[in-house]
Write a new protein. Structure first.
Length: 666
């Protein structure tokens, strides 16, 4: 996949962006500079939004996203357009994907999508009939998924700081396991294997003859499902919360443990946590407004669209007849108008000498109008009044949208944020107490959390053993031998080990390549262990996937003991290997390119990482990250295009200048 051009109209700080970002094969880097607040992250969002769409649940969010200079236009709209190419079934295809957002007459945000694939057009919008929309939308999503599925985008379109924050979701080995399973395409085989196991269990239950045996079997199956879907899931969530607490408060704990419990350190942490609480409260307020708006206008979201679809054909006939009646003009002529015309005609004839004094103008006008109406074609829908005709026109011309799915997703995310808020508030109170020196609850809370992590890990191990025991008992059951073998069931039983085996075989086939590439890159880029890594070891079983690094002296370099900058390097080196050996060939786009890197790591990344990362690497950098006077020369030979984003504060828009902070690159 190669991104060729990005256009953004009225999107945030961009009033009219149109940028060529193609990369040459031997010069893969597109360098985009800008000061903080200049529009780098918005540029990132424009590409992401053009590929996967924007989430605009209500008018307020639409107004937040649209450029201030566009709000005075008659019909303000946001337009994102991305030009890209990619190989599908070994054929090169060119695409132009356009997404347009505007407010309908009821001030509801609506989206229309248009994809041009080598001249073949796929198009849908809020007014597209449901069946046609589903068909067109499926085609567009299929094309995007073939090039870069949204669920994998975080591995290739990312903020360097957020790449390090991937570790906050769990411990490092777990994150690496998730990355490898997803980006290397293994997870789909594991999901198929799990589905096959579930079907096999159900099939076996249906095939057992003895009632007691069947009850025992079903009880074991239900117990296994309960342990996996309830107990194990709860343990996993509790562990994630504990890991999150540990990572968030590690630095504070270390400082307090060493005696650096100055008020400034704790106050900074309190300010950070208060900001998180305020952000959650604002999200909750916006969500409530959206829900109230949805329930208040539910007929616009649900009832009227159904009514419009049901009577669309009949309404079209009524409006067509009304239009024809307006064209022949009969109904627009009143009796008073005809009378006025006749008076002028009689006066003219009288002046010419004709005797017309006894003619009744009113009677004559009445008869003329009567004759005209008699000549008019009888109308089938003449019983409709004008107000009713206007109501029917409004029904079929209104663009409807149903924000329910978006609200449901927001509700799920908000529930998690609110749950975290209560713990955050408790932590703030503990920090305030710490300032006064009255107690050391923060230290105790952190240490208690570390103990909880160990207990949760042990509980998880014990639970997995219990699940394994139940699984062994389940597999002792089988279809009675007195019956004829069922070919479908026999095939079903073989599917689970088959797909698990496929996934592990694929891992083994790429394992050596991943290990060799990561060892080479870590020796070049990981400053703290440059040229001393002897081995990178990846396990061969996806169920127990782990990842280890060894020093040339023979000892293991423990990943969790690496500092923040080194962890960022490990994650980025892993992403590079996934890009090289994975199922997809997307571009890589990095915001805040240096993240947490120190001076030595910066040099290694510039010289050995960015030039070899991908066939197209888009770097969004400030002049303090890739410094024009020192760092630029290290990657200059690999740069195809360079631009600088300049913010116009008065006009509230960003313009684009060629070159990197006034340095032109040939």
């Amino acid at each position: 996949m190669l991104i060729k051009r990005i256009k953004a109209t009225n999107f945030k700080t961009y009033l009219n962006l149109d940028l060529d970002i193609t990369a040459e094969p031997d010069r893969p880097i597109v360098l985009i500079g800008g000061e903080n607040g200049g529009g780098k992250t918005t540029f990132f969002d424009a590409i992401y939004g053009a590929l996967y769409g924007l989430s605009i649940p209500n008018k307020k969010i639409f107004e937040e996203l649209i450029n201030a200079g566009a709000t005075k236009s008659p019909e303000p709209r946001i337009v994102l357009e991305i030009h890209f190419s990619g190989r599908v079934l070994n054929q090169e295809q060119s695409y132009v994907l356009t997404r347009t957002y505007l407010l309908n007459p009821e001030s509801k945000p609506v989206e229309s999508v248009r994809l041009n694939m080598n001249g073949t057009i796929f198009q849908y919008g809020s007014a597209t009939p449901a069946t046609q929309r589903a068909e067109q939308e499926a085609q567009v999503n299929k094309i995007i998924k073939a090039n870069l599925p949204e669920e994998l985008s975080k591995y290739f379109l990312f903020d360097a700081i957020e790449a390090g924050n991937l570790l906050k979701e769990d411990r490092l080995n777990r994150v690496i396991k998730e990355n490898i399973e997803n980006a290397m395409g293994f997870k789909k085989y594991l999901n198929i294997a799990k589905a096959a196991e579930s079907l096999s269990l159900d099939y076996t239950a249906q095939s057992l003859d003895l009632e007691n045996e069947k009850k025992e079997y079903l009880a074991l199956v239900e117990e296994k499902k309960r342990l996996e879907n309830v107990e194990l899931e709860k343990l996993t969530k509790d562990a994630q919360r504990a890991y999150q607490y540990s990572i968030t408060n590690k630095e504070l704990y270390d400082n307090l443990k060493k005696g650096y419990n100055e008020e400034s350190t704790i106050n900074n942490k309190i300010d950070q946590l208060n900001t998180e609480l305020k952000s959650t409260a604002q999200r909750e307020s916006r969500f409530r407004e959206s829900v109230n708006e949805f329930t208040s206008n539910i007929e616009m979201h649900v009832c009227l669209p159904k009514l419009e679809q049901a009577f669309k054909s009949e309404v079209a006939l009524v409006l067509k007849e009304q239009s024809q009646a307006a064209e022949d003009g009969t109904e627009s002529i009143s009796e008073s108008t005809i009378e006025n015309i006749l008076v002028k005609g009689i006066n003219y004839l009288s002046n010419k000498g004709y005797q017309l004094k006894d003619i009744s103008v009113t009677e004559l006008a009445h008869n003329v109008l009567k004759e005209l109406k008699a000549e008019a074609t009888e109308k089938q829908y003449d019983f409709f009044q004008n107000s009713e005709i206007k109501a029917l026109e409004s029904l079929v011309n209104t663009i409807y949208t149903n924000p329910y799915n978006s609200l449901k997703q927001d509700s799920i995310e908000l529930d998690i944020a609110i749950e975290n808020s209560s713990r955050t508030a408790e932590l703030i109170e503990k920090l305030k107490a710490q300032i006064s020196g009255d107690d050391y609850s923060v230290l105790r809370a952190y240490e208690d959390n570390e103990s909880k992590i160990k207990q949760l890990e042990q509980d998880e191990t014990d639970l997995l053993k219990e699940i394994k025991k139940i699984d062994s008992r389940i597999h002792q059951f089988d279809i009675p031998t007195t019956e004829e073998p069922d070919p479908k069931f026999e095939a079903l039983k073989r599917l689970q080990p088959l797909f698990e085996g496929i996934a592990n075989t694929l891992l083994k086939s790429k394992k050596d390549q991943i290990q060799a590439r990561m060892k080479e890159d870590l020796n070049n880029i990981l400053a703290a262990y440059k040229d001393v890594i002897s081995k990178v070891e990846l396990s061969e079983d996806l169920k127990n996937l782990n990842f280890r690094i060894y020093h040339k002296a023979g000892n293991e370099i423990y990943l969790n003991q690496l500092n923040t900058a080194s962890k960022q390097v490990v994650i980025q080196v892993l992403l590079k290997s996934l890009h090289e050996f994975g199922d997809y060939d997307p571009p890589v786009m990095i915001d805040t390119v240096m993240g947490q890197l120190d001076k030595t790591s910066r040099i290694s990344v510039l010289e050995s990482y960015f030039p070899q990362l991908s066939h197209q690497t888009i770097l969004l950098s400030s002049d303090s990250e890739i410094r024009p006077e020192t760092d630029l020369e290290k990657i200059r030979p690999f740069i195809s295009k360079s631009y600088t984003l300049v913010r116009d504060k008065e006009l509230q828009k960003t313009k684009v200048e060629k070159g990197y902070f006034n340095i032109q690159i040939d």
